[in-house]
Design a protein around this ligand. Structure first.
Ligand SMILES: Cc1cc2nc3c(=O)[nH]c(=O)nc-3n(C[C@H](O)[C@H](O)[C@H](O)COP(=O)(O)O)c2cc1C
Length: 171
């Protein structure tokens, strides 16, 4: 049976559980799935589809996720791919918000064009941040009226994963 790779980049850890939930939903639909950090993937040979996710820091995917896409671009361009992004700003349904979050992944879409991509509301836990990130996050919270907390919507994450099988052409 064909195998799917779900690979992710995280800073404070919350994107790991999102990747695992996606893997769990794909397995429940009968797929064989590996879930691991982008830094741990040697190469993507042998996978029938690749799902890549990252947390956002200062308007961009984490550098190691972009690096993963660059490093594997030749193979990824031959495979069905999907992107997921975990973030806390620009989460509304209006056009301005949507365009702002789509800009987060524009540089990566230049490298690899996914069949689909999704943006999930993430987690902000100051206790898990280093001093610099916590200072930045608190400043952003003040100016954007965002809050600390876990905003991951597990039903939405599972539903997205379940929608992937036909799109990624894997049974
Ligand atoms: C220093 C810092 C900068 C961030 N910058 C953004 C940003 O530009 N846009 C956004 O939507 N979310 C931003 N976030 C929110 C994170 O993307 C969000 O908390 C994410 O769920 C964290 O995932 P992780 O726990 O896997 O690192 C930022 C968070 C921190 C701590």
């Amino acid at each position: 049976m064909s195998k799917i790779l779900v690979t992710y980049a995280t800073r404070a850890g919350s994107t790991v559980a999102v990747a695992e939930k996606i893997g769990e939903a794909l397995r429940a639909n009968g797929a064989i799935v590996d879930v691991c950090a982008v830094k741990e993937v040697r190469d993507v040979n042998g996978y029938a589809a690749v799902i890549i996710g990252s947390a956002i820091r200062m308007g961009s995917w984490l550098p190691e996720a972009v690096e993963f896409a660059k490093r594997n671009q030749a193979q990824l361009r031959q495979l069905p791919t999907a992107f997921f992004t975990c973030h806390r700003l620009n989460t509304s349904d209006d056009v301005t918000s949507r365009q702002a979050r789509e800009a987060y992944t524009a540089p990566v879409r230049q490298i690899v064009t996914p069949k689909t991509e999704v943006f999930f509301n993430g987690t902000m836990d100051y206790a898990k941040l280093n001093f610099l990130d916590r200072t930045l996050a608190k400043a952003v919270e003040k100016s954007t009226n965002t809050k600390e907390g876990d905003f991951r919507n597990w039903d939405a994450i599972r539903a997205w994963a379940e929608s992937l099988a036909p799109m990624l052409q894997v049974a």
